[in-house]
Design a binder for this molecule. Structure first.
Ligand code: GRF
Length: 203
C-alpha cells in the first residue's frame, strides 16, 4: 500500500510512522510528504528519511478551494491507498474530504469528542479534567468529528500546564498513530457509515 502524509509543522508523527515503515512494522511505502509551509521543520525530517517531499504553499492560492484542488492533484499523482494528516493545520473543503472518504486519518490532541478545534490542552486544564489524551480518527466533513479509531489517555497532574500536557500527549501520539496506520494498511481498519471498524467490529 501507498501512503501520502500531509504536514504543516514539526512532522514528528510523520517521522514516527516513517520509522515504523522502515523497521518493517508497517508494510507500506510513504510515497510522499506534502507540506503547506515551506519552512516547516518536518520537511527536513522527511528528506533525512529519503522520502519525496512536495511543498504546496497555501499563501500562493486565492482561495481555499484553489488550494485544495492543487493539493488533491498532488496527492492523486501518487495514487495513495491512505492519506495521513499529521499536524496538517488547514481546514479542508468538503470536496477534498469526500474524495478521500474512508481512507484519510487525522490525529487530534484531545479525547474526542471533547475539545474539537484548537487549544485543547488549556481547555482540558480549564475544565479541571483528570484525564486528557489524543485521538486518531477518520476524517469526515465535520471538523475533528469523524469516527474514532484509537485513543491514548494520560493523567492530568497537579502542576501540569498546557506545555507539560502537550509534551506528554505528543509522545503518546507517536505510539498510537503508527498502530492505526498499521491496522489500515493490513486491511483491518475500515470506515462504514459513521463507524470505524476493526476486523469488522465497531471501535
Ligand atoms: C500534534 O499535536 C497533533 O495532535 C496535531 O498537530 C501536532 C502535530 O505534531 N494535530 P507533529 O508535526 O507531528 O510533530
Amino acid at each position: 500500500p501507498r501512503i501520502v502524509v500531509l504536514i504543516s509543522g514539526s512532522g514528528s508523527n510523520m517521522a514516527a510512522i516513517a520509522d515504523a515503515v522502515k523497521q518493517g512494522d508497517i508494510d507500506a511505502e510513504i510515497s510522499a510528504v506534502i507540506c503547506n509551509r515551506p519552512e516547516a521543520p518536518g520537511l527536513q525530517k522527511a528528506k533525512d528519511r529519503d522520502i519525496e517531499t512536495q511543498v504546496i504553499d497555501h499563501k500562493e492560492f486565492a482561495s481555499r478551494e484553489d488550494f485544495d484542488v492543487a493539493l488533491m492533484r498532488c496527492i492523486d499523482d501518487y495514487q495513495p491507498d491512505l492519506v495521513v494528516l499529521a499536524g496538517f493545520m488547514r481546514i479542508l473543503t468538503a470536496d477534498f474530504v469526500i474524495r478521500y472518504h474512508g481512507r484519510m486519518l487525522n490525529i487530534h490532541p484531545s479525547l474526542l469528542p471533547k475539545y474539537q478545534g484548537l487549544n485543547t490542552h488549556q481547555r482540558a486544564l480549564d475544565a479541571g479534567d483528570e484525564q486528557h489524551g489524543v485521538t486518531v480518527h477518520f476524517v469526515t466533513e465535520e471538523l475533528d468529528g469523524g469516527p474514532n479509531v484509537i485513543q491514548a489517555v494520560i493523567p492530568v497532574y497537579d502542576g501540569d500546564d498546557a506545555i507539560s500536557l502537550q509534551q506528554r500527549v505528543h509522545s503518546q501520539e507517536h505510539v498510537i498513530y503508527p498502530i492505526a496506520v498499521k491496522w489500515f494498511v493490513n486491511g483491518r481498519l475500515t470506515m462504514k457509515g459513521n463507524d470505524a471498524l476493526l476486523d469488522g467490529n465497531i471501535l
